[in-house]
Each structure stands twice: as C-alpha cells, then as structure tokens.
Design a protein around this ligand. Sequence first.
Ligand code: F6P
Length: 377
Amino acid sequence: MPEFKKIGVLTSGGDAPGMNAVVRAIVNCASQNGVEVMGIYEGYRGLLEDDMKLLEPQDVANSFSRGGTILYTARCLRYNSPEGVREAYNKCRELGIDGIIAVGGDGTFRGATDLAKAGIPTIGIPGTIDNDITATDYTIGYDTAMNTVVDMCDRLRDTCESHARCDIVEVMGRNAGYIALNAGIAVGATAILLKEFEYDEDAIIQKMIDERKSNRARSFIIVMSEGLDGYGSGNYGEELAKKVEARSEEQGCLIETRFARLAHVVRGGSPTLTDRLIGSRMGAEAVKLLLEGKSNLVVCQRNGRITTSEIKYALALDTMFKNEYAFKKCPSPKYNREKNLEGFDEATIKQMEEYCEKKYQDMKDLYKVANTLAFMD
Ligand code: F6P
C-alpha cells in the first residue's frame, strides 16, 4: 500500500457552494493522520504550473461558510492531452504529492481518472450546482443553488403579485433540469419547462389566460431551465414572454410578462447546512479512501449513504443516462453506445440500465407531481 505523506486537493470546473467545506474536511482529516495537504490553485492549471500552497487547519478553519472556492477554479486546456497528464504526473512526483483529491463535475473526473491511470492515486468528489452526475444522488452546491432560486423567485413573486404580472425565470443547470424542477415546485410555479420533458406552450399560456379571466390567479411564475432552445438564439425566455403578452392581449386580458435570467447569481452565496454537511462527509471519506490505498473512485451519496463508484463507471453511466434516457430524443451526435460501454460485462450493463431507468422514472414522477400541483395534468 502506498505511504501517504502529502496529498493535493484541487477544485475544477464551475465553482459550487460547499467546496470550501470539502477542502476544510480534507485538510483536517489528513492532518489528523499526519498527512500534509497541498491546496492547488485553479484546478489542473495550478498542478501544471506549480501554483499551490501547503494548507494548515487554521488556513481553512472559517472558510466553510463562504461561497465559491478558496482554491479558485479554471478550465485548463493544456491538461487535456496525454502530454499534459504526463506533465502533471511528473509534477506530483517532483513535489512529493502522493495522491490527489479533485472536486468538480464530469470534466474534473475525466482529468482525475487520467492521472490515476498515469500512476497518481486520485479520488473525485462531485461538486457542481447542477446535480447532474448520474452515479450520485447529490452533488455539492445543489441545495444552496435551489435555495437561492427559491429566494429569487419569492422576490419576483412579490412584485409580480403587486403588478399582476408573469415572470419567466431562467435558471442554470447546464443540461439538467433538476434545479428548475425542484425549485419550481417549491415556488408554486405555474409551469416548469425542462429539456427532459415535452410541454405544451400553448396550453400553458391558455391556462394563465383562463386563470386570470376567472380571477383565480393574479401573478404567475414560470421556471425554465437554461438552454431550452438548444443551439437556437438563446432568447427563448424573452420570446416566450412576448408570446404570453401577445396571446393574452388577443384575448382581451393582457398579462404583462417579464423575463429574468438568474445566471451566475445561483452559483454564489454561503452554503446551506446540507452543502456544508455533505461536503464535509465527502471530504473526510475521500481522505480515508486514499489512505486505504484506493484510487480512481468518485465519492457518491446514494440513498442517504456515502459510498463510491469507479470513475470509469460513473462517467459511462452518466453518458448512458443523458443519451439514452434524459435526452433520448436528441442524443449527442458523438454518442456511441458500444464505445461508451467498452470493457463492461453484460451484468454490469444491465445494472447500469436499471439504475438509469429508475433515476429517469423518479424525475418523471416528480415532474408529474409538479404538473398536478400546477393543475396542468
Ligand atoms: O456547471 C455549472 C454551471 O453553472 C452550469 O449550470 C452552467 O451552464 C455553466 O456552469 C456556466 O458556465 P460558466 O461559468 O463557464 O459560464
């Protein structure tokens, strides 16, 4: 079993509230075990360019209440090549870094598995507000992001109600609609528009007009996930707002409609208890795994328990879920099932399919609840 004297931690990809709780947990757990922690700045860039600092428990003591990441983050193209990975491997050897913990999303895990294959033990921790890592029920930052959306929508609701308006609120999530779906239910959205499920725009607009005419509703909030028009103009929300106004005016009851893109606001802010807690648990688990001699794993939460998946498995599962379930109707043109599942036996593939099926069914069930509550069934 390798002896660990020093480990490195980096945060990469989009930042997420709770990443600092992860870093704090890693520093404190490693320190308890007599292991030093190098905080690597701006993800893999810091590793290649030797931009790092030894972190002591006092350096991270009060960081967990802060949003963002104290290690900063960046996307590093140079690392995404065999030469970049070799350079990173050499850097770890040169600096005596015996293992790496990488916090981020799927891109971060691809980088981590490359480094593991090169010979540096690595563990990944899911940190992204999008909650779009299929192997885990939870990614750090998700709860804070949803709560921020709820807070913003509540504010918008106040002014919508005063002015008898509709607000169309676009929220982040990249390709996944989890933030929009959950927060939409929590703010009593009239409709929740996601890429994962079809919806009837005309029926939604008509419903608002009918409700307004019969005095059943004065204000409306529509929550939509970003990128709904695929590679379109990127103005879908604005266009929908104009459509609501035009249709309602045609029927003699104008519903004034505004569009709000919450964008990066959703990524900032002090992490909630959930993000601090799960971040702390995952950070502690990652150190334990490395010290036990494990590598090439991603820490996950499933059914309330902290567990792991192999990174290769987690990435293939994710690709399967997105292309064969969530976005079955518009899979990536690059998707190749055989290539994605190379090296997995039939029993494992069956298990992956069942897992994806269940995950997608759970989302569908929740979407149905959302529609029932919004009287859109
Ligand atoms: O993955 C996190 C995320 O915030 C997505 O929700 C969003 O699509 C993307 O990152 C935005 O990326 P950037 O910060 O590069 O604009």
